[in-house]
Ligand binder design. Structure first.
Ligand code: FAD
Length: 600
């Protein structure tokens, strides 16, 4: 039975995490009838629940709007804006960055109220104007925010596969319930994409939601995407396997949380040198730059042995005694105890891990895992996604952070979610519900794998995709590997036309994966191609064969759209109405960071 059930609303929100909940609440506040659809349970899926660190706003906003009397007033809105512009390596959209700074405090305040109402604790760090928090507590607050608006209708464990359109205008979406396979047709006057980003690697530090669904469905509907080559990477556990994917190693680099300092080495024990040059000294308000510094400093040593060891290095604590290591983890736990079970960080048993590190010559095997994808759907200053009726907010979008995310993804999703929700509701007030033209086509595409008895396994295809990206599209790249990865991903994406997922639609994992891998492959193809054609290094795009930051030739975003299913690429100049763009060239990303971010 391929019959769909129809659900109508003024505003349809796709995504059940921060950007989704915030935009749904904001749209409801404007009087819109809102339906929210989430792949998993609201507040228990998406990247936000992975949070292991903090998020912040400027000092005045933290004090006057969020009520933190001790907030550092030297950390001004202006300095936050300047930092974001510099960290974007010129590619950030200054209008969106300005809105991030201005709209952050009221949106964070709304979240903090929910936190208080559900009895959780977020710990404010006054110097850096940041709230430290845990993912579960964050998720609970979001769930509380949504459920306190009973008028919002939520469809959980439901995957949206495609947008519905009428003459170029977006008027709904098609999806299905994960567990029953029931087909659902959502009709709405406006649609907000809040589906988060994408992680194409084998070493992943999040859950299975991050498949770039919103980016891919926006492309198929006629929208544009940009900056897909920029993926933020941070130290993440490779081994022990039970802890693989944890961002604990990055947390362990923070002196205020973990008292021991590591030495990084490759797998032969050769040091990966992090320069002690004072030009690379960070402070509380720009400590996020360290993420990029670790990548840039460790990249040459890891690249030299990539064929042998790939994305692996050690964080070495052999300078410390066994007891110092045990005590270090005790301190770490003390600094995190509000959000995790006794002696745990997320699911990891910290004393057990400490013993294993001691046994392993006091080393922890890590790699660079992908925390955030800077690229995504191109939006305007009203969060419109280029097609009438379509809006987007949060990590699914591009433009806020350019080539490197310096501000907080969590603040972005709250601030921009709120604004997108309001704008989508205002738009919905002015238009009538349209009759979609592409329902049958979208359903055919969705159901084709279930009608094929034999063919490509979506699960196997996904594994192949991850190994292609891990090998050729990692945090350190070169032209040769990118070229190979590009050829492989194009071949893989073509093969997905033959995916087979026979059997019932009830919790058919192959079928579910057929929807997701198709999206991830499209994102990966565009990301790899953009990286290949960016013959320089910039932000999180580090090329061993092209180390220079070439502002003369590459101060633009690679933007893509689809023509008959194939990506077409064009250059897009950054929008810079407030601060002039830096047109100087630099020998490397590290030199650019020293001059424009830390020293500038
Ligand atoms: C390990 C880790 C740690 C992080 N730590 C921090 C931190 O300390 N501070 C910080 O500021 N940021 C942090 N981030 C980044 C931050 O979590 C993200 O920027 C933020 O969660 C993005 O919010 P979002 O609402 O846009 O997307 P997400 O939180 O990723 O949510 C996306 C939502 O869309 C749903 N969805 C996706 N596709 C579909 C579909 N097809 N149909 C229906 N629903 C769909 C998902 O299920 C989910 O509900 C971290 C990220 C990771 C991975």
């Amino acid at each position: 039975m391929n019959q769909t059930e129809r659900i109508e609303s003024d505003v349809l929100v796709i995504g059940g995490s921060g950007a989704g909940v915030m935009s749904a609440v904001a749209a409801a506040r404007e009087g819109a009838r809102v339906v929210l659809v989430s792949k998993g349970k609201v507040g228990k899926n998406g990247n936000a629940i992975m949070l292991g660190g903090s998020f912040g706003v400027d000092g005045q906003g933290a004090r006057d709007v969020c009520g933190e009397a001790e907030a550092n007033q030297e950390y001004t809105a202006e300095s936050l804006f300047h930092k974001m512009v510099a960290c974007g390596f010129g590619l950030g959209d200054q209008e969106l960055q300005k809105q991030f700074v201005e709209e952050g405090p009221p949106a964070v305040k709304e979240l903090l109220d929910w936190v208080k109402e559900c009895g959780s604790t977020f710990v404010f760090a006054p110097k850096a104007c940041r709230w430290r928090a845990g993912g579960v507590a964050f998720g609970s607050a979001l769930r509380h925010g949504l459920t306190s608006h009973q008028e919002i209708e939520a469809y959980e464990d439901t995957i949206i596969a495609d947008l519905l359109t009428s003459d170029g205008q977006v008027c709904g979406a098609i999806g299905f319930e994960v567990f029953t396979g029931r087909l659902l047709e959502f009709r709405a006057k406006s649609v907000i994409l809040a589906t988060g980003g994408w992680q194409p690697y084998e070493l992943k530090n999040t859950n299975s939601d991050m498949t770039g669904d919103g980016i891919a469905m926006a492309l198929r509907a006629g929208a544009k995407v940009k900056d897909m080559e920029f993926l933020l990477a941070i130290p993440t556990i490779q081994e022990p396997l039970y802890a693989k994917g944890s961002i604990l190693p990055f947390q362990m680099t923070m002196p205020n949380i973990f008292p021991l300092r590591h030495k990084a080495t490759d797998l032969d024990g050769e040091e990966l040198v992090y320069s002690s040059d004072p030009r690379y000294k960070t402070n509380a308000s720009n400590s996020k730059v360290k993420k990029l510094l670790y990548c840039a400093f460790y990249a040459p040593g890891m690249y030299a042995k990539w064929d042998r060891y790939g994305n692996r290095f050690y964080m070495d604590y052999s300078a410390y005694t066994d007891q110092e290591i045990r005590d270090g983890f005790k301190t770490f736990y003390q600094n995190q105890h509000w959000w995790h079970g006794k002696d745990r960080y997320h699911h990891i048993d910290l004393p057990k891990l400490a013993e294993e590190i001691i046994q392993n010559k006091k080393r922890l095997m890590c790699g660079f895992g992908n925390e955030y994808s800077m690229g995504g759907v191109v939006i305007d200053k009203d969060f419109g996604a280029g097609l009438p009726g379509l809006y987007a907010a949060g990590e699914v979008t591009a433009g806020v952070f350019g080539a490197f995310r310096s501000g907080d993804g969590l603040t972005e999703m709250l601030a921009h979610g709120r604004a997108a929700g309001k704008n989508a509701a205002l738009y919905a007030r002015q238009v009538r519900q349209l009759e979609p033209e592409n329902t049958a086509q979208a359903l055919d595409r969705l159901l084709a794998p279930t009608q094929r008895g034999q063919g490509v396994s979506p699960i196997e295809a996904w594994k192949k995709l991850e190994s292609i990206c891990e090998e050729g599209f990692g945090f350190i790249r070169d032209g040769q590997r990118l070229q190979k990865a590009y050829e492989q991903i194009c071949e893989l994406r073509a093969s997905l036309e033959e995916m087979a997922a026979p059997g019932s639609r009830q919790y058919n994992l192959e079928w579910i994966n057929s929807v997701l891998v198709r999206n991830l492959a499209l994102c990966a193809e565009i990301g790899i191609r953009s990286a290949l054609d960016r013959k320089e290094s910039r932000g999180c795009h580090l090329r061993a064969d092209e180390p220079q930051v070439d502002n003369q030739r590459y101060l633009f975003s690679w933007q893509a759209y689809l023509e008959e299913g194939q990506p077409v690429y064009e250059k897009a100049a950054p929008r810079a109405p407030y601060l002039p763009l830096d047109t100087k060239n630099y020998p490397s990303v590290l030199d650019c960071i020293a001059d424009t971010i830390l020293g500038g």
